[in-house]
Design a protein around this ligand. Structure first.
Ligand code: CTP
Length: 406
C-alpha cells in the first residue's frame, strides 16, 4: 500500500510543530507521493522553505501575489494540481480562517480554490484547543467534510500538558495511507504473508544445496494478493525476479533465516501462503573453509530443517494457512494428508516432474480444503495465481464466518 503518484499539497502554518513537517514531507515522498509545499508567513518563521524545497524536490510556495511564482505554477493551477490538501500543523488561526472562508494568504486561498479532500492536523496550546471557538470551528470543518487528524495528548512545547500536540509524522502518513486504501477489494485490510523461491543451505563457503524453484509462482501469488487489496509481506529465497511494487519484501537465504523472518511477519498476518520450496535438509555442520577433494568419497551429514508452514500454522490457529505440495503421483491423496498433518486450511497441489511446474511459465493446481476441492487447469502462472488468490480469499472469508473465534 502506498501513495504512489498521489499529488499532495502540504500546507504548513505557523506553529512550533512546523519543524515536524520536514519529516512528514520525507515520509510522504518516500511513500511515492508527489509533494508540493505551501507555507504561511508564520511557518517560515519556524522552518525555512529551503528545507522543504530540498525534501520535496520542488520550489516552496509562500506568497499569494508573487509574480515569479505565478509565472511558474500559479495559485489556481496549484489548487487544481492538488489531489489532496494536508495541512500540518494547522494552527487555531488557520482553522478559524478556513471556517470563515478567508483568502488572505496563499494557503487559505488554495483551500478555497480546490475541490480536493482536505485533512488537517491541528497543533496548538491545550487551552486554545479546548476553547469553544476552536471546538466550534473544528465541528464546522468536520461538517464540511474536512478530515481532522488528532491532536495528540501530552507535554507541549509551551510547558502545558493536554490535548493539542500535532500527531507524529508517521501517524499522519498512516492516516493518508488509510484514506487511500482501496475499501471495496476483497482482501482490503488483510495482511498476507507469502514465502517464495528456494532456500540455499551452505556446505562450505563456496558450496550450497538448493533446488530448481524459480519463485515465479510465489511472486505471482504475492502480486495477486496485493491486487485484491491485501498488505503483503513476501519472504523470498534467492531468485532472479524483480521486487514487486508495493510489496514488503524480505530476502533470505537459508531455511532457518526464512523461518525467523516468517516468525516476525506472521505476528499480524491473517493469511499465510507457503509457496517456497524450503530445503527439507541442511548440512549438519557448515565447514568454515572450502572442503578440499581427497582420494576418498565424501559423505555429508544432513539434519532436518524446521517445517515453517507446519510450525506457524499449528502455533497460530487464527491464521488461514495455505500450503503447496509438489507431487509426482497421487496428488489429491497426498494433499489431503498434508492438510491434516500440518493443520492447514488449504493445500494447492501440483504435479511435478517431466518438465512440469519448476521454472516453467505455466502450471495447474488441485486445490483442497476441509470438505471440498477444485481443479485449476493449466494456465499462465500469473493468471493461475490470480485465480488461486480469489479462491483463497473466498475460502478465508467463509472460514472466518464459520468459526466464531476468528
Ligand atoms: N514447507 C515449509 N518449510 C519446510 C518445508 C516445507 O514451509 N521446511 C512448506 C512449503 O512451502 C510447502 C509445503 O510446506 O507449502 C510443502 O510441504 P512438504 O512436506 O515439503 O511437501 P512436498 O514438497 O510435497 O514434499 P514431500 O513429498 O516430502 O511431502
Amino acid at each position: 500500500m502506498t501513495l504512489q503518484g498521489k499529488q499532495i499539497l502540504l500546507g504548513i502554518s505557523g506553529g512550533i510543530a512546523a519543524y515536524k513537517a520536514a519529516e512528514l514531507t520525507r515520509l510522504l515522498t518516500k511513500a511515492g507521493a508527489s509533494v508540493r509545499v505551501c507555507m504561511t508567513a508564520g511557518a517560515c518563521e519556524f522552518i525555512t522553505p529551503l528545507t522543504l524545497q530540498a525534501l520535496s524536490g520542488h520550489p516552496v510556495h509562500t506568497t499569494l501575489l508573487d509574480p515569479a511564482a505565478e509565472a511558474g505554477m500559479g495559485h489556481i493551477e496549484l489548487a487544481r494540481w492538488a489531489e489532496h490538501i494536508l495541512i500540518a500543523p494547522a494552527t487555531a488561526d488557520l482553522i478559524a480562517r478556513l471556517v470563515a472562508g478567508m483568502a488572505d494568504d496563499l494557503l487559505s486561498t488554495l483551500c478555497l480554490a480546490s475541490a480536493a479532500p482536505v485533512s488537517i492536523a491541528p497543533a496548538m496550546n491545550q487551552q486554545m484547543w479546548k476553547h469553544p471557538a476552536t471546538q466550534q470551528n473544528i465541528q464546522t470543518l468536520q461538517q464540511r467534510g474536512v478530515q481532522i487528524l488528532g491532536p495528540d495528548q501530552g507535554a507541549q512545547a509551551c510547558g502545558d500538558i493536554g490535548p493539542g500536540r500535532m500527531l507524529e509524522p508517521a501517524a499522519l502518513l498512516q492516516a493518508m495511507l488509510d484514506f487511500y486504501q482501496p475499501k471495496d477489494l476483497p482482501l482490503a485490510g488483510c495482511k498476507v504473508l507469502v514465502t517464495a523461491g528456494p532456500t540455499r543451505e551452505p556446505i562450505d563457503p563456496v558450496r550450497f544445496i538448493t533446488n530448481r524453484s524459480s519463485g515465479k509462482m510465489g511472486y505471482a501469488v504475492a502480486e495477486a494478493a496485493r491486487d485484491l487489496g491485501a498488505e503483503v509481506t513476501l519472504v523470498s529465497g534467492p531468485v532472479h525476479l524483480a521486487v514487486p511494487k508495493n510489496i514488503y519484501c524480505v530476502s533470505v537465504e537459508t531455511a532457518q533465516q526464512m523461518l525467523e523472518a516468517c516468525q516476525v511477519a506472521v505476528q499480524d498476518a491473517d493469511i499465510f501462503i507457503a509457496t517456497a520450496a524450503v530445503a527439507d535438509y541442511t548440512p549438519a555442520a557448515v565447514a568454515s573453509q572450502k572442503i578440499k577433494k581427497s582420494a576418498n568419497d565424501l559423505s555429508l551429514a544432513l539434519t532436518k530443517t524446521t517445517d515453517i508452514l507446519a510450525t506457524l500454522s499449528l502455533a497460530n490457529p487464527k491464521l488461514f494457512s495455505v500450503g503447496f505440495a509438489a507431487e509426482t503421483n497421487d496428488v489429491l491423496t497426498y494433499a489431503r494428508s498434508k492438510l491434516e498433518r500440518k493443520g492447514l486450511q488449504m493445500v494447492a497441489a501440483n504435479l511435478v516432474g517431466e518438465g512440469k511446474a519448476f521454472d516453467q511459465a505455466t502450471n495447474a493446481l488441485e486445490v483442497v480444503w476441509q470438505g471440498g476441492s477444485t481443479s485449476l487447469p493449466e494456465m499462465d502462472k500469473k493468471q493461475l495465481a490470480h485465480e488461486l488468490m480469489q479462491l483463497i480469499s473466498a475460502r478465508y472469508h467463509i472460514w472466518k464466518l464459520q468459526d466464531g473465534t476468528h
